[in-house]
Design a protein around this ligand. Sequence first.
Ligand code: KG4
Ligand code: ZN
Length: 366
Amino acid sequence: MIILGIETSCDETALALIETRKTGGVFECRVIDSLVHSQAELHSAYGGVYPNLAKREHKKNLPILFSKLFSDLSVLKVDAIAVTEGPGLEPALWVGIEFARELGEKWRVPVIPVNHMEGHIVGSLLESDAPRGSWQKLKEFELPAIALLISGGHTELVKISEGRTSRGLVSGGEASGWSYQILGQTLDDACGEAFDKTARLLGLPYPGGPHISRLATQAEEEGIQPPVKLPRPMIGSGDFNFSFSGLKTAVLYAVRKAQEEDSFTETYKKGLALEFELAVTEVLEKKTRETIEEVGARALIIGGGVSANRRIRERFEKLTEKSSIPLFLPSRHISGDNALMIALAGALRGAPAERNILRAQGTKKL
Ligand code: KG4
Ligand code: ZN
């Protein structure tokens, strides 16, 4: 079965083609091609994603990517289309959904609505070093598992158990299916949003996560100490929720004070980036550890754009080593938004009975 994946939930326009099969009942897939066009530079001027600009760019770029994807391929028959239906920016989502719907009608193939966050989960189950085009099995894990989803729009701790979600069956290989339960989430800003807003306060371009990470690493390499102590919001709240807006406000006050005192130097910025990254990492780690213990989780899956962060990856490698459970991280080239994970999630979910029954879900949660 060949599946076309379409992703337009935020500021990446992405298309991917995968092929799937079952060998001895076990699900296998191979990546035929995966294309991502980032609009980040355009949105940089606004300091964040500007929905109508994203919509315009998706409209412009989808046909270009589509021609590119099929121009050097001998693939003639696509069996199904998987498209992100949410969560994401409504105007941006609709572009992908309409594109999928038209193609679905033209090709007479089913259109499978995919939850973007589920895409981030299954993306972490792909082998990171599988050569393009080669067949691979998904990494296996035992249930219950915890998924920590950290992106520009979400911060969620999700329990994955056996069973059906209300939206249908998700099965990997011979597994009977998964169901999701959100155990905790952010009460205000998302984790990636906090990175982006902090970066802006430090005069760094959008998206700010990689820039904060770079400064924090430089601070460590140069032996620069954090100039202030930032809060670790809700670290002892006793639940699995997060809050990042207070952290951003604390950064704002620190920056203002440093500017007044004429000490807002490059060194100061590096030290503050380090302290910010430490604060976020500590909160993520503590809440995830508590969730793993509470649930008796047998695996930890991390997904979403922030999972590219080196410190966070390392910290969770240590944590899972200590708790003796396997850790599943996306390979860096698919930690950000992409259509490969959407095609894969669509393949696992399977085609709905009716065709083209799509509704944009806006900010709908997993
Ligand atoms: O999953 P994603 O690509 O898009 C959404 O679904 O939101 O996540 C984007 C977020 C942005 O906030 C970006 O700053 C953050 O991921 N990000 C990082 C890093 N790379 C991307 N945050 C921290 N460290 C990084 N290395
Ligand atoms: Zn995402």
